[in-house]
Design a protein around this ligand. Structure first.
Ligand code: ADP
Ligand code: SR1
Ligand code: MG
Ligand code: MG
Ligand code: MG
Length: 417
């Protein structure tokens, strides 16, 4: 049963809810009857309403007591909205202009009121349509580098990090979803799994009987659960980024917790790689999508090289954290060894990202939650070979990690495959 005071919002109750918040009602302008409301949620979990008034617009995101994409047979606690707003508030000092502006949280309704992004669309959708967003990869890198550096032991004090760890450790419902649908189910016999059948039946069976692959994925799952490196977004795929021609925002951080930085970096890399591979499936007469695939793939080094440079720059500017305290490296002879340690740190993040990218790719093709990049290729005979290419890449990420030292190695592997 759901807590007293909670109800899923509908047109009438959303109007009343906003009318009772004078500052926000004023942003919309006019009377509640002047507002137009549409529910646009297309994600896997929640309700999302866009509200337009004569003076402005808002977005309201509300938890449902179940997984939206599955229905009431898969119950899910409501508190994910609490963690989403807690994350926005925690990273706000470091991510100015890179997320939707947060306005209000209602703890009884598990509802967040935020800036309505317009004319933004979901990055994944834009890429599927063959559009280009020259600043998007750089902006996501900037967001991720700034937020993770500032909340890591390099950038944060023990006391602050402990607060984030304590708060977000309670995000167990969503951490469990990731543990199950990302790390466990896809290589097990779960009734929640699906794949393009019968074309991929053989490769799905082969992956599920590959003990070495399963041990590797399980080891990444263990690291995901035990690494408390920084406050991470937790679901940083291309469906968690909204873009316009000139602006990029990272949204949907409900899976946030203090975890491995490479999980976010790997998620974004994997989703760019999958989109590039899927481009051929969206080709039409006179539009072969080769140039688009090439461009999307090139965003992987743009993303990683920006991330790396920004994270290193923040560290060099002076971390205020308790790990590698700057006072320890004040002597001239410390300069080179300290610089080498910083480089080793970001190289290790990249190695982690490659492992998590492998896991995140397999889950989109053999698990519960697939991505539109492949799903919108209607013909299974056209879709399956592209999904198989992505699975091949994922297996290489996991089983030949030494082949991936730089982002350019990912580009080369996709081109070869
Ligand atoms: P879920 O957690 O269910 O995946 P999302 O936060 O990803 O929900 O939002 C679902 C959809 O709602 C997005 O794909 C986007 O189209 C729309 N949306 C979400 N937040 C906003 C916003 N602030 N402004 C405009 N549209 C939004
Ligand atoms: C129930 S699984 C839903 C998936 O959607 C979210 O966006 C996360 O990726 C999660 O794994
Ligand atoms: Mg989403
Ligand atoms: Mg979500
Ligand atoms: Mg073309």
């Amino acid at each position: 049963s759901t807590p007293a005071g909670y109800r899923p919002l509908d047109d009438a109750s959303l109007r009343r809810f906003l009318a009772d918040l004078p500052d926000l009602a004023a942003k919309l302008g006019g009377a509640p009857s002047d507002w137009s409301i549409v529910e646009v949620g297309d994600g896997n979990l929640n309700l999302v309403f866009l509200i337009d008034g004569p003076a402005g617009s808002l977005c309201v995101k509300q938890s449902l007591p179940y997984v939206r994409a599955a229905g009431e047979s898969w119950p899910l606690p409501l508190d994910r909205a609490f963690f989403e707003q807690a994350y926005y508030r925690a990273v706000a000092p470091f991510t100015e202009g890179l997320t939707p502006r947060f306005h209000h949280y209602d703890p009884a309704l598990y509802a967040i009121v935020m800036e309505r992004l317009s004319p933004h669309i979901i990055l994944r959708r834009g890429l599927i349509e063959g559009r280009r967003y020259p600043d998007a990869a750089r902006a996501v890198a900037e967001f991720s580098a700034r937020s993770t550096f500032a909340t890591s032991d390099l950038g944060a004090r023990i006391e602050n990090k402990a607060e984030w760890m304590a708060t977000f450790a309670r995000n167990t419902a969503l951490i469990r979803i990731t543990a199950e649908v990302v790390f466990t189910d896809p290589l097990a016999e779960s009734p929640r799994n699906r794949w393009t059948s019968p074309a991929l039946d053989a490769i799905a069976a082969e992956f599920r009987s590959d003990s070495a692959l399963k041990v590797t994925v399980a080891e990444w799952g263990r690291r995901f659960l035990t690494t408390s490196e920084a406050l991470i977004h937790g679901d940083l795929h291309s469906g968690s980024v909204m873009v316009s021609e000139t602006d990029t925002r990272v949204m949907d951080p409900e899976f946030a917790f203090v975890g491995p930085i490479g999980f976010d970096v790997g998620a974004f890399i994997a989703n760019l790689a999958m989109n590039a591979i899927a481009q051929a499936g969206h080709a039409a007469e006179g539009d072969d999508r080769r140039a688009e695939a090439h461009w999307v793939l090139e965003q992987i080094p743009v993303f990683w090289n920006t991330w790396r440079a920004r994270f290193l720059a923040l560290w060099e500017e002076g971390g205020r954290g308790d790990a590698y305290p700057s006072g320890m490296f004040a002597k001239a002879g410390d300069t080179a060894p300290f610089a080498a340690a910083r480089e080793a740190y970001v190289d290790r993040i990249f190695a982690d990202a490659i492992g998590y990218a492998g896991v995140k790719t397999i889950r989109r093709i053999l698990g519960f939650a697939h991505n539109a990049d492949f799903e919108l290729i209607a013909d299974p005979l056209r879709r399956a070979p592209l999904e198989a290419r992505a699975l091949h890449l994922a297996r290489r990420f996991l089983m030949e990690p030494q082949s991936f030292r730089r982002a350019e190695d990912v580009v080369a592997a996709v081109r070869e495959g």
